[in-house]
Design a protein around this ligand. Structure first.
Ligand code: AGP
Length: 613
């Protein structure tokens, strides 16, 4: 997720762009840049670092002759490490066009190869840069600027919010939106654009929200909207009265709720570029994950901390169904101080949202010292763990601001789903091809599911937020979800909660059951006989007056009659269960934390990234 700003009007340009970028830094902050006209020449200033570092660079320069239009960008790297070269804006070959982008261009690889064959020279490793060269290519074929822009848009696959200016038509800004937000601000004889509302609030409250597949042509005093085929579109002006804090959270009260609800988009971004739309198969070859690289492996360690460790446990259940290799999931803080049996035929999979967790990094280094191949699943490009891994599979979740990890977890799980399908293909094992179509549709189904359960979760939270102790029980692939649900409640609502394998109840924890200790029990018909075993656990608890909160397959009357409250999960594929079952647990922890007046986004004693032991 990146931040885009733009301005066309008579104010001094750079202060407008910088104020807008400062207000969008929550969307990404590994590099920043601006482009503006000086005379008839486009000038770009961009740096690896924060907006502050860009400001430092701009402060030292001569500001005479600088005028709008201008664009600014603050980056959250998805393709290409954070660096000056990879920072936006990006130029075409002639230096006459400049473009900023938020999103992922799924077919950039093919487009880039075609443009290189046509003589285009690239300066960055980004997917974004292909867009501005493609527009240039159509301009050189004689198309007018708007047509060249529209023709380019129709070729892009993926998600994008774009803004572009031309030194040859300096009275215009062209913007486009597909699956990444873009807002236009309307002032007195001036126009603004941004990825999100906060950047516009200091200048105007009148806004136009572009719809998907819409283009806007901003000219002094006029705004025109088209679809990607060039047909004019009407637009609606909205007045937004949010304050900055509300706006940064997309209008939600907390980043955590915003990030829970944006998981469908995060999952969509994670899928992008991972499924070859021609073959309908998972493809990680671009990341270097090939059959040759994997074939010597005879042992796998998955190592992580906290929520990432829980994602690793899910990964075990998924990978064991496909590969016949010894596979262990380990807490990094334990792994690093043992003497694990690791050889050059060992695959070490490190999972880390931040890519900076000290215990995980130390474990990676230990495994590599012993000769292991290192693959990391990470959310932050250029982080330490990624730089020390042989292969990195990025989760593309965008910045996760809330300390409690939500979208990072579900995108990590999705990477394991994709990895299990990919490895299955490499082993020439058949997997359900229909699973891929279902996977592509999964983000929108999860979005509908989230909206459907929110009111009921709010109600359930009111019934139980006074409780002092919780048990979370699950079996098989739902056992890690029980652990994750319990962790969420602990870390943001400060309620003691134990996640447990449901089958372990009779080995001790059942002594804890009483009417003041609610048990959240997870059961899914897709787990076959496990469903019946979990039902027995529920009956054991019920018979000891323990109140049950069920997260259960829809249409499970045998559970409904045992539970005080329950959330129903639609029938789905076994592989998708973790993604469905974790969502109500995230929301339940969130709602109880709010009812208990906790600081949801910044829980006491916790840091977003534990970079020390
Ligand atoms: C998750 O809600 C916690 N904030 C924490 O357990 C986190 O998952 C853990 O510290 C690992 O962080 P990482 O994924 O950045 O390595």
């Amino acid at each position: 997720m990146c931040g885009i700003v733009g301005y066309l009007g008579d104010r001094p340009l750079l202060p407008v762009l910088l104020e807008g970028l400062r207000r969008l830094e929550y969307r990404g902050y590994d590099s920043a840049g601006v482009v503006y006209l000086r005379g008839n020449t486009l000038e770009i200033k961009k740096v690896k670092g924060r907006v502050y570092d860009l400001e430092e660079r701009l402060f030292q320069m001569d500001h005479r002759g600088i005028k709008s239009p201008g664009l600014g960008h603050t980056r959250w790297a998805t393709h290409g490490e954070p660096s000056d070269e990879n920072a936006h804006p990006h130029f075409d070959c002639r230096g006459k066009l400049a473009l900023v982008h938020n999103g992922i261009i799924e077919n950039y690889y093919k487009l880039k190869r075609r443009l290189i064959e046509r003589g285009h020279k690239f300066n960055s490793e980004t997917d974004t840069e292909v867009i501005v060269h493609l527009v240039e290519d159509y301009l050189l074929e004689g198309l007018p600027l708007l047509d060249a822009f529209l023709r380019t848009l129709r070729e892009l696959q993926g998600a994008f919010a774009l803004a572009m200016i031309s030194a040859e038509e300096p009275d215009k800004i062209l913007v486009a939106r597909y699956q990444s937000p873009l807002v236009i601000g309307i002032g007195e004889d001036e126009l603004f654009l941004a990825s999100d509302i906060p950047a516009l609030l200091p200048f105007t409250k009148k806004m136009v929200f572009l719809e998907d597949r819409e283009v806007a042509l901003l000219q002094k005093g006029t705004l025109q909207i088209f679809d990607f085929e060039g047909r004019s579109r009407h637009y609606t002006l909205k007045e937004i009265y949010w304050d900055l804090s509300q706006a940064e959270k997309g209008g939600y009260p907390h980043f955590m709720l915003k990030e829970i609800l944006e998981q469908p988009q995060a999952l969509q971004n994670t899928l992008m570029g991972r499924i070859d739309l021609n073959t309908g198969e998972v493809d990680f070859s671009k990341e270097g994950l090939t059959k040759e690289w994997l074939s010597p492996i005879n042992k796998i360690y998955i190592v992580a901390c906290g929520t990432s460790y829980h994602a690793g446990l899910v990964g075990k259940y998924l990978l064991e169904r496909v590969i016949n290799l010894p596979l262990e999931v380990e807490l990094a803080s334990e792994f690093r101080y043992r003497n694990p049996h690791v050889t050059e035929k060992t695959l070490f999979i490190g999972i880390s949202q931040s890519g900076e967790t000290a215990d995980t990094l130390a474990s990676l280094r230990l495994a590599k010292e012993k000769g292991a191949k290192a693959l990391s699943i990470c959310n932050v490009l250029g982080s330490t763990i990624t730089r020390e891994s042989d292969i990195v599979l990025y989760t593309q979740a965008g910045p996760e601001i809330s300390v409690a990890s939500t979208k990072a977890f579900t995108t990590q799980v999705l990477i394991f789903i994709l990895l299990s399908l990919y490895w299955s293909k490499l082993l020439d094992k058949n997997y359900e091809k229909s699973l891929i179509e279902k996977l592509l549709a999964l983000p929108s189904h999860l979005g509908q599911f989230l909206e459907r359960i929110r009111p009921k979760i709010k109600e359930i939270a009111k019934h139980w937020y006074h409780a002092k102790d919780f048990l979370y029980l699950g079996r098989n692939i739902l056992y890690p979800i029980a652990l994750e649900g319990a962790l969420k409640l602990k870390e943001i609502a400060y309620i003691h909660a134990e996640g447990y394998a449901a089958g372990e109840m009779k080995h001790g924890p059942i002594a804890l059951i009483e009417d003041t200790v609610p048990t959240v029990i997870l059961s899914a018909k897709e787990t076959g006989v496990i469903f019946d075993k979990t039902l027995s656990n529920a009956e054991e608890i019920k018979s000891r007056r323990g109140p049950l909160i069920g997260v259960i397959t829809e249409g499970s009357p045998e559970f409904q009659k045992l539970c005080k409250d329950y959330i129903e999960i639609p029938r789905t594929h076994y592989e998708f269960l973790p993604l469905y079952y974790v969502l109500p647990l995230q929301l339940l922890a969130y709602e109880m934390a709010v009812l208990r007046g906790c600081d949801v986004d910044r829980p006491r004693n916790l840091a977003k990234s534990v970079t020390v032991e």
